[in-house]
Write a protein that binds this ligand. Structure first.
Ligand code: NDP
Length: 433
């Protein structure tokens, strides 16, 4: 707090994790002795740089680029790039910090990092996006590499942006397949990467629900967001027999009591690159409302926030309780405020935190790295099957830590502890370097 007074999101992420680690630290006094936590919360490296670019009207602009390489105890730095006007050092550090434990939970050898810029991709032409990505990579290329740091997508960075970033890297440094993940299928991308975070969220949710002797069949689900994570979460939820009744963007939300049709969402977002409002023009049973989907009062069973950080306030969490929810699993990173999480716990809503529930994206990114290394491409079924096992394993590990320390179905603390213990062991073994 003293060192980073102006980084509220970073502090929130750190305190939420530290709050849950006490039982594990009691078991490991040597970690306290070595002041491991102080090292864990300090990035190994934080890079900030200028990104000059030219818009189509010939004007010059400068944005700020970031890459925070947080922790490499268990593998090369790995984490996405975010392009959104809200991006600043606090947000990149919170995401990078969360990424350390998330990547650890996947059981794959990847460290934690995150990056991005406050560049706003909305309303920009393809050429403007390309010029921005090329300029961003002109600096970033100095700091990344297939065995050093492997960025991927996040908010505002999808297949199009990764393509431009990869092209720029190749021009500067030569062809190195494994330097970015989320690549197109024609140049080293993995099948099922696009679907991975949304599908993985549902595999995790399914495991959590099943562990309570319950099932997803017939459950009513509220989803926020209409981006990459939300779209594929809607698809998998529908395939698993649940009914998704909402989808949203930062302007408003759609309510469709008959169930959101993911194919229409895909067309609007991925082909037409339009706003979610369009959905109501195309589907008779759907209504569009302005504002937050979490203020919408309707009975449902499961909340899957898939938009952005701190999208659920204390009052909105109270509304969830009134509306009868039993489960909440996070597709977005840190979508629940600490006050909202307290409401879930008080009311015994079972809670799957982001670092466990949305780890599917980075997990398949690591599988993309494996495929790039062996110069092979696995089938969709192969990758999807591994993703499902991996997400079930993440839930199992969180549940095991919860049981070991008698936490009474606190899967948030379970995930924090399970992720932390692997990183802590690796850091201790490698010494003070
Ligand atoms: P996208 O850019 O594809 O979509 C983001 C969606 O969230 C859009 O519908 C956007 O609406 C909405 N949104 C963004 N900011 C706000 C806001 N301030 N208020 C309300 N709605 C907002 O991003 P992704 O789907 O990739 O990412 C969504 C979340 O999932 C993020 O938290 C990301 O960190 C997390 N995540 C993503 C992974 C991935 O593989 N893509 C992996 C793990 C986590 P609008 O268009 O109006 O801005």
């Amino acid at each position: 707090q003293h060192r980073d007074p102006n980084q509220p999101e970073f502090q929130q992420a750190v305190f939420t994790v530290l709050d849950s680690l006490a039982p594990s630290l009691e078991d490991h006094p040597e970690w306290v002795e070595a002041d491991l936590l102080s090292r864990l919360v300090e990035p190994e490296r934080a890079i900030q740089f200028q990104v000059p670019w030219e818009s189509d009207d010939g004007k010059f602009h400068v944005n700020r680029g970031f890459r925070v390489q947080f922790n490499s105890a268990i593998g090369p730095y790995k984490g996405g790039l975010r392009l959104h006007p809200s991006v600043n050092l606090s947000i990149v550090k919170f995401l990078g910090f969360e990424q350390i434990l998330k990547n650890s939970l996947t059981a794959l050898p990847i460290g934690g990092a995150k990056g991005g810029s406050e560049f706003d991709p909305k309303g920009k032409s393809d050429n403007e996006i390309m010029r921005f990505c090329q300029s961003f990579m002109t600096e970033l290329q100095r700091h990344i590499g297939p065995d050093l740091d492997v960025p991927a997508g996040d908010i505002g960075v999808g297949g199009r942006e990764i393509g431009y970033l990869f092209g720029a890297y190749k021009r500067l440094r030569g062809y190195q397949n494994g330097v970015l993940t989320g690549k197109g299928l024609t140049f080293g991308g993995s099948l099922a990467r696009t679907e991975a975070t949304g599908f993985g969220l549902l595999y995790y949710t399914n495991a959590l629900v099943k562990a309570q002797g319950d099932s997803l069949e017939g459950k009513r689900i509220k989803i926020s967001g209409a981006g990459n994570v939300a779209t594929y979460a809607i698809q998998k939820a529908t395939e698993l027999g649940a009914k998704v009744i909402t989808v949203s963007d930062s302007n408003g939300y759609i309510y469709d009591p008959k169930g959101i049709n993911y194919k229409i969402v895909k067309k609007i977002k991925e082909v037409e690159r339009s706003r979610i409002k369009e959905y109501a023009d195309q589907v008779a049973s759907a209504e569009y409302h302005g504002g937050s989907v979490w203020d919408f009062d309707v009975d449902y069973d499961i909340a899957l926030p898939c938009a952005t950080q701190n999208e659920i306030s204390k009052d909105q969490a109270k509304l969830m309780i009134k509306d009868g929810i039993k489960y909440i699993c996070e597709g977005a990173n840190m979508p629940s405020t600490p006050d909202a999480i307290a409401i879930y716990r008080e009311n015994r809503v079972l809670y799957g935190p982001a670092k466990a529930a949305n780890a599917g994206g980075v997990a398949v990114s690591a599988l993309e790295m494996s495929q790039n290394s062996e110069r092979l491409a696995w089938s969709f079924e192969d990758v999807d099957g591994r993703l499902k096992l991996l997400m079930e394993n993440i839930f199992a590990k969180s549940e095991a830590a919860d049981k070991k320390y008698g936490l009474d179905k606190d899967y948030q603390a379970g995930a924090n502890i399970a992720g932390f213990e692997k990183v802590a062991t690796a850091m201790m073994t490698q010494g003070l370097v």
